[in-house]
Write a protein that binds this ligand. Structure first.
Ligand code: SAM
Ligand code: SF4
Length: 352
């Protein structure tokens, strides 16, 4: 049997399957824990402790882990996130290295033999400047976060006066040819729930899918309250009262439930992590900026990939660590349950 980096998926080395029979297909990679915004639902204005540079994985290290996941497990989708991924220097260099990865011909994936599905989640603040570079580097899809269209509220929610930049960034992403461009909006009761229809209208006008995200207990400050969550049913009925909707077929492993506007003006999604957890279909694992492997946003355990990379481990050893980690993946998070334990790290430290 061939060994080393180039080894492809072998029948006796099946895809990465967790104890509940779910196949891992999607890898979220956080490239930095730093950010140029301070969204109130994510981090405090001051006091975040950033990772020391030497603890952050280099682009070479990230690519190596990604390549093991693609070549050996048939992972077919990678999303870069953070913190804010665009604040890391030379991001297009990493993108071009990852865009070279190809899903093995014999992988059990609709993308077998094709390049991986490479995506980015960003706050959009600098997209107008870099969208073309990211596209040229081989990035295919982009999600931009935008929680309000009101300048004053934007300033309160992000602690930055950058609404115009984000709007320009969305236009630049559309012009650069990303397909699709999606907009992520976290909805919080009493903060921006009065803008659900306005955000939906924005998506219809721009022909981008807005995906409303339920507020999750992952803010660094620990201020999350169940009462602040606006659930999927309420979000959908609020939109449907103005723009009639029809639900699209089941989401599969994708986190969003989706609807189409009956007048043909596109689609809208909701990520109902809290009120309708989609853990049963989860196909995702995560690599933090400091090289810790996690099987869930809400996992309380991490596996030290960085330590292994830096102590000269072989790809076989890395593979074994990742398989062991996935062997601990639990059935689902338990938000709302008395047994729920908040993870030690917050959303921006894990990679949302
Ligand atoms: N900085 C980038 C951005 O904001 O798009 C990428 C990282 S951010 C952590 C990824 C996504 O997580 C964003 O869409 C953000 O709105 C969302 N997010 C952050 N904190 C959240 C929370 N407590 N609940 C739900 N979504 C959250
Ligand atoms: Fe930064 Fe994204 Fe967190 Fe906002 S949600 S503070 S943009 S990491």
């Amino acid at each position: 049997m061939p060994t080393g980096d180039s080894r492809r998926l072998q029948p006796e080395k099946p895809a990465l399957i967790d104890p509940f029979g779910r196949t891992v297909r999607d890898l979220r990679i956080s490239v930095t824990d730093r950010c140029n915004f301070r969204c109130t639902y994510c981090m405090p204005e001051e006091g975040m402790k950033w990772l020391p540079r030497q603890e952050v994985l280099s682009y070479e290290e990230i690519r190596r882990v990604a390549k093991v996941c693609v070549d050996r497990f048939g992972v077919d989708g990678i999303r870069l996130t953070g913190g804010e991924p665009t604040v890391r220097a030379h991001l297009p260099v990493l993108i071009s290295r990852l865009a070279e990865l190809k899903v093995p011909d014999d992988a059990d994936s609709p993308r077998a033999g094709k390049p991986i599905d490479l995506a980015l989640t960003t706050n959009g603040a600098t997209l107008a400047l870099i969208a073309d570079d990211l596209r040229r580097a081989g990035l295919a899809r982009i999600n931009v976060s935008l929680d309000t269209l009101d300048q004053e509220k934007f300033r309160t929610m992000t602690r930055r006066d950058d609404l115009h930049r984000v709007l320009e960034g969305i236009d630049a992403a559309i012009a650069a040819g990303f397909d699709p461009v999606k907009v992520n909006a976290v909805v919080q009761r009493g903060v921006n729930d009065d803008e659900i229809v306005a955000l939906a209208a924005f998506g219809r006008e721009k022909r981008v899918e807005v995906r409303f995200i339920e507020f999750m207990p992952l803010d660094a400050q620990g201020h999350w309250l169940n009462e602040a969550v606006v659930g999927q049913d309420e979000i959908v009925s609020t939109i449907a009262a103005v723009y009639p909707l029809e639900q699209l077929p089941a989401r599969g492993a994708a986190p969003a439930d989706r609807w189409r506007y009956l007048d043909g003006k596109g689609t809208v999604g909701v990520i109902p992590t809290v009120t309708k957890p989609f853990c049963g279909d989860c196909d995702r694992v995560r690599l933090t900026a400091d090289g810790q492997f996690r099987t869930c946003l809400f996992a309380t355990d991490e596996f030290d990939v960085r330590g292994m990379l830096r102590s000269g481990a072989t790809d076989d050893e890395l593979e074994a660590l990742l398989r062991r980690a996935v062997g601990t993946k639990w059935a689902g998070h338990r938000i709302g349950d008395v047994a729920f334990v908040r993870p030690r790290r917050s959303m921006s430290q894990i990679g949302g």
